[in-house]
Design a protein around this ligand. Structure first.
Ligand SMILES: Nc1ncnc2c1ncn2[C@@H]1O[C@H](COP(=O)(O)OP(=O)(O)OP(=O)(O)O)[C@@H](O)[C@H]1O
Ligand SMILES: [Mg+2]
Length: 277
């Protein structure tokens, strides 16, 4: 672990020019002052943090802390009332989700979103077609197009990368939850994202599946240079996958820094355990 100190919110309020893991303007992802409310209640309040290119960062916090809401603001599913999200120094503004995906933001969802009648490979083919299509999707809807050799090659590459190439032709309905999560991950990876947002990817997985997923994420980050922002309640997994963590509670960032130091912090322990001990 790198020796970063735990920073309090007032210390991270200015995401530029501040020390210790906070942006100097050259970050891959910059979240600045992001605020999103539902019915007058702030689910995310003035959140600031950055992710550097090729870095793996954990976004942790108790239930209802605002993690998924923040993901939705980054991906464009939700529009924050205040604040900016920048990718590679470019403000994403009102860009819709699919354009953010084309810029390199990939995502997996907290609740598995798969189509049970489709095979593993078909899930990836749809994602690849959606990424590259020049307006051919209508043909798919009419069953009038076939995968190209280039599409099949790309799909096979990604399936092999995460170790489920042998299940390419298996209908997703025949898979367990662990494999479905890998299909979701593979679908996000087809677009070769520069930044992957993974929302509780180990939810519902057993210990072995969780370990495999952690290995895949770490390998993607270290060998492919893909930045990862990982929301996860399994702190053992977080410790294996990330370089540092950002902790949220009640919509705000309460601390960030190296995993061990942050988790030893009394404010963080209080948020998680209701105790400062
Ligand atoms: N669409 C919505 N409408 C109203 N309130 C919402 C909506 N989405 C989230 N919230 C509320 O915003 C707060 C933050 O929710 P969010 O799902 O972002 O938390 P989370 O940190 O992802 O929690 P968990 O760890 O349980 O997934 C919660 O109080 C939640 O009830
Ligand atoms: Mg959530």
């Amino acid at each position: 672990m790198r020796g970063r100190k735990v920073l309090r919110p007032q210390e991270v309020a200015d995401p530029t020019g501040a020390p210790d893991g906070v942006s100097d303007g050259g970050s891959l992802l910059s979240v600045t002052g992001v605020t999103k409310s539902f019915g007058g209640i702030a689910a995310v309040r003035d959140v600031n943090f950055t992710v550097e290119s090729g870095e793996s960062v954990g976004l942790v916090g108790p239930n209802g802390a605002g993690k998924t809401t923040l993901f939705n603001c980054i991906c464009g599913q939700l529009r924050p009332e205040r604040g900016t999200v920048e990718l590679g120094g470019t403000a994403l503004g009102r860009l819709p989700t699919f354009q953010r995906a084309r810029l390199g933001i990939g995502r997996t969802y907290q609740r598995v979103e798969v189509f049970t009648d489709m095979t593993v490979a078909e899930h990836l083919l749809v994602a690849e077609r959606a990424r590259c299509t020049g307006g051919q999707l209508w043909r798919d809807l009419c069953n009038r197009s076939h995968p190209t050799p280039a599409e099949l090659k790309r799909v096979a590459e990604v399936l092999d990368l995460i170790g489920i190439g042998d299940r390419a032709d298996t209908p997703v309905s025949a898979l367990g939850l662990g494999s479905c999560r890998l299909v979701e991950l593979a679908r996000a990876l087809v677009a070769d994202p520069v930044l992957l947002l993974a929302d509780e990817p180990s939810s519902g997985l057993d210990v072995r599946e969780t370990q495999e997923l952690a290995n895949v994420l770490r390998t993607l980050q270290r060998e492919r240079g893909m930045a990862v922002l990982l929301v996860e309640h399994d702190l053992h997994m977080v410790a294996q996958v990330v370089d540092r963590v950002v902790v949220m509670d009640l919509g705000t960032v309460i601390a960030h820094g190296a995993f061990d130091e942050v988790m030893a912090d009394s404010t963080v322990r209080h948020a998680y355990l209701g105790t400062s001990g």
